[in-house]
Design a protein around this ligand. Structure first.
Ligand SMILES: Nc1ncnc2c1ncn2[C@@H]1O[C@H](COP(=O)(O)OP(=O)(O)OP(=O)(O)O)[C@@H](O)[C@H]1O
Ligand SMILES: [Mg+2]
Length: 423
């Protein structure tokens, strides 16, 4: 049955495991108080009664947030905080100082300078503590999620490059072999020409005789097309290298005007031969300009959709005498830039279609698919206020449609890191 799914927000993920808070204080009553109040809020609280013990706990188990008394015998809170911040693995850990010191600016600044995020004065109100802890954990979670998505996007990009590496080797090898063979012919021609010039310099008769023997007229008419072909080959290699550079560049997220037609064209520079060897490639590339978008990421989206289309046609042999079709089209409709990748491949049953935007969902064998391609596509497009939708029929084929508002002003306010897209 034909159906549509999209990357629109889904139900929020179930609550994860409890956050773990480490409270370090030499005063047992304080520890009891803090622990009781945060346990009531649903946190797991681990207590340590000295700075040294706190450091041991931090090494031994996963802690999400640290509450640190300032004045303690042995290592005091400020020293503990400095020691923790000196370790890159704890650079992002939220740290809240709890202190009985006067609420003066100097103490607070000393705490913040040591690397603390908050400075709370005792007696601490239960509501204040709970609000600060909740806010800091929310920020830390958003930060962690962002880091994770960046990693996923980067590894996905590397995987995509890996997947096309063989194709690229072939792409570069072809023009290079005819460039080399043309240069070999041109070397022979130049040698013959020099021999004839030398002969003419001796006397015109010897020169004319050698000219005829070597068939200089034919040779000269051959030179120009050979040179043209060689230059074309070189340009092709340069275009491929240029395109590869886009993929290998670190993710800088530069936003610039991007035409989806151009993105499609560039991605096809790398893959066109491979696609054309397996299917009839139809290109309908009309202008589809988006005023501000990360070009690299859109290349990645296009490549992911194309690789999926290739896999889909490989999974279903074309009927005898027929060829599969992969159609890549771009256009603008009502201020929305549209990119479509359509294939006549294996298609998807409902059970697959409903899960394709889930990270790591794949029906492909290990080593072929990681299941990240479409979730990354959805994340990229979602951040541009766009949509990626799919229409598919098992055994018939699939169409992915990417829609992005042309004008950044028309986009909805950015959502928190892509939860809606990859949820
Ligand atoms: N054009 C298509 N035709 C049929 N099925 C598709 C198509 N595109 C995606 N799928 C299905 O969606 C699944 C998820 O696709 P996705 O691109 O996210 O991961 P993948 O292709 O399996 O692995 P990779 O991370 O290498 O891209 C695929 O395993 C496949 O079952
Ligand atoms: Mg894929």
């Amino acid at each position: 049955m034909k159906g549509r799914y999209d990357s629109a927000p889904r139900t929020p993920p179930p609550q994860g495991p409890k956050h773990v808070v480490l409270a370090v204080d030499d005063d047992h009553n304080n520890l009891k108080l803090v622990s009781a109040s945060l346990t009531l809020e649903g946190y797991e609280v681990v207590c340590a009664s000295s700075g040294e013990e706190g450091l041991e706990v931090l090494e031994a188990r996963q802690i999400d947030l640290l509450l640190l008394d300032v004045r303690m015998p042995g290592l005091d809170g400020l020293e503990v905080c400095r020691l923790i911040r000196a370790q890159p693995k704890f650079a992002r850990m939220p740290i809240v100082f709890l202190t009985a010191d006067n609420a003066d600016v100097e103490h607070t600044i000393a705490g913040l300078d040591a690397g603390g995020d908050e400075y709370l004065h005792k007696p601490i109100s239960r509501r204040m503590l709970s609000a600060r802890v909740r806010n800091l954990l929310r920020l830390a979670n958003a930060d962690r999620e962002r880091q994770l998505l960046l990693q996923v996007a980067q590894s996905e990009k590397l995987a995509a490059v890996g997947q096309i590496a063989a194709g690229v080797a072939h792409e570069v090898n072809n023009p290079l072999s005819f460039i080399l063979s043309n240069l070999e012919s041109l070397r022979g021609y130049v040698n013959d020409l020099m021999r004839v010039v030398r002969a003419y310099r001796m006397n015109s008769e010897t020169g004319a005789a050698l000219d005829r023997t070597l068939g200089l007229d034919n040779l000269m008419s051959d030179v120009s097309p050979l040179l043209d072909e060689t230059v074309q080959g070189g340009s092709r290699v340069r275009a491929i290298v240029q395109e590869l550079k886009t993929f290998s560049r670190q993710d800088t997220d530069t936003f610039e005007p991007v035409d989806l037609a151009e993105v499609a064209r560039c991605t096809l520079v790398l893959t066109e031969r491979e696609v054309a060897s397996k299917a009839t490639l139809v290109k309908e590339l009309s202008m589809a300009r988006v005023d501000l978008a990360p070009r690299q990421k859109l290349h990645q989206v296009m490549l992911n959709l194309l690789v999926n289309a290739i896999h889909a046609i490989e999974a279903k042999p074309a009927p005898p005498g027929e060829r599969h079709t992969i159609r890549v089209s771009t256009r603008t409709e009502n201020d929305v830039a549209i990119l479509q990748v359509q294939d006549t491949g294996i298609g998807m049953p409902e059970s697959v279609k409903s899960r394709i935007f889930e990270p790591f969902f794949t029906t492909k064998p290990v080593g072929v698919g990681t299941g990240l391609g479409l979730s990354v596509c959805a994340m990229v497009i979602d951040r541009l206020g766009g949509r990626i939708t799919v229409e598919s029929e098992a055994g018939k084929g699939t169409t992915f449609t990417v829609r992005v508002p042309c004008d950044a002003e028309m986009r909805p306010a950015p959502t928190p890191p892509a939860r809606a897209a990859v949820g």
